[in-house]
Design a protein around this ligand. Structure first.
Ligand code: SF4
Ligand code: SF4
Length: 337
């Protein structure tokens, strides 16, 4: 399908034509941002960088009821079917992160809650123009206009957005929009390429990941882990807000004869995460927990799923209250190899 163009003054028409209730867009509330449904009050702000709360929360919410039950009964009441979603304004690193999380939830057993939502979602990405100071996506195979995980790539051309459909789902959205979109010119594509190139040149932080996955296990007893974990408070922000972290706990809540089983995000940076009922804890200090976080992303996940579980979004660096910096840790790992 041809590339299309959406005039900025027609964004409202685009949303209306496809049905506002289907959209999830970046929104800022109380100093943090996340993707949320449009309601009467909300406006669309495509100038936000990647949201504080990553895209995973739409597919794998922080708290989710898996099913309800009655004590003594065997029948479980499963939640209903997932809503259709058009998620618009997704930054390329977050879309790529979703393809990483897909590997986990499509593994064994397949997760019907996550996959049900994934099937019903169309993702419209927005190329970055002003990468943040701690972005390092280009070191991990991504980039400000990377298309992995997207159905459409949108690029801000000033007065309009260029729409480049990438999948059947993306083409369907462009067809549904009808004459709200117009065909783009060659000059629009050239302008978009310049935007992409300029943005990539603004990314200053880098890491050469070559050799890290294979050699990390050799650094098991290295002083790096003690040194880099010393400031850590164990707050879990780096994992809760990481777009590729996916650990959860499952709990039950029972009132009278009715109960629900639900899952909640969990973090390997919490001391209790690995605490055994016996009182033994195989990761008793920050040293072991930090070592695990880096090994999981840069070694164990690669062994299991063939890809590094980090997209270089920089969130864990930007949001850590004590400036623990994954790139500094990785640089020390590189030096030690
Ligand atoms: S965000 Fe920083 S302080 Fe909090 S757990 Fe992660 S590394 Fe530790
Ligand atoms: S580890 Fe940090 S930089 Fe990598 S994807 Fe997670 S939050 Fe982003």
């Amino acid at each position: 399908m041809d590339n299309m163009k959406l005039a900025k003054e027609k964004v409202g028409d685009f949303l209306a034509k496809l049905g506002k209730e289907r959209f999830r867009v970046p929104q800022e509330t109380g100093g943090s941002s996340r993707f949320a449904p449009l309601n009467g009050e909300s406006s669309v702000d495509f100038t936000l960088s990647n949201t504080t709360v990553p895209l995973k929360s739409l597919f794998y919410p922080q708290t989710e009821t898996l099913y309800r039950y009655e004590v003594g009964e065997t029948a479980m009441k499963a939640p209903g079917e997932a809503d259709e979603m058009i998620i618009m304004g997704v930054r390329p690193c977050d879309a790529k992160a979703l393809t990483i999380v897909d590997r986990l939830f499509s593994w064994d057993p397949k997760d019907p809650y996550y996959l049900g939502r994934r099937e019903k979602a169309t993702i419209i990405g927005l190329a970055c123009q002003e990468p943040r100071v701690n972005c390092f996506c280009t070191s991990l195979g991504g980039g400000p206009a990377s298309t992995e995980g997207l159905d459409i790539l949108m690029t801000d051309l000033g007065e309009s957005f260029l729409f480049q459909p990438l999948t059947e789902k993306g083409e369907k959205i462009c067809q549904e929009a009808g004459d709200v979109l117009v065909k783009s010119e060659d000059s629009d594509v050239q302008a978009a390429e310049k935007v992409h190139k300029d943005a990539a040149s603004k990314i200053v932080r880098k890491i050469d990941s070559e050799g890290i996955p294979e050699k990390l296990p050799q650094l098991w007893d290295s002083q790096i882990w003690k040194k880099t974990s010393e400031p850590c408070l164990g707050c879990g922000a780096c994992t809760f807000l990481c777009p590729t972290c996916h650990c959860f706990d499952i709990q039950d809540e029972i009132e009278g004869l009715e109960g629900r089983r639900y899952r909640v995000w969990d973090s390997c940076m919490f001391k209790e995460y690995t605490l055994h009922t016996s009182g033994h804890n195989p990761r008793p200090t920050r040293r072991e927990r930090t070592r695990n976080r880096i090994n999981h992303k840069y070694s164990y996940f690669v062994d299991k799923f063939g890809v590094i579980a980090c997209v270089g979004c920089g969130r864990c660096i930007n949001l850590c209250p004590v400036n623990v910096d994954i790139l500094n840790i990785l640089s020390q790992v590189k030096e030690a190899l």
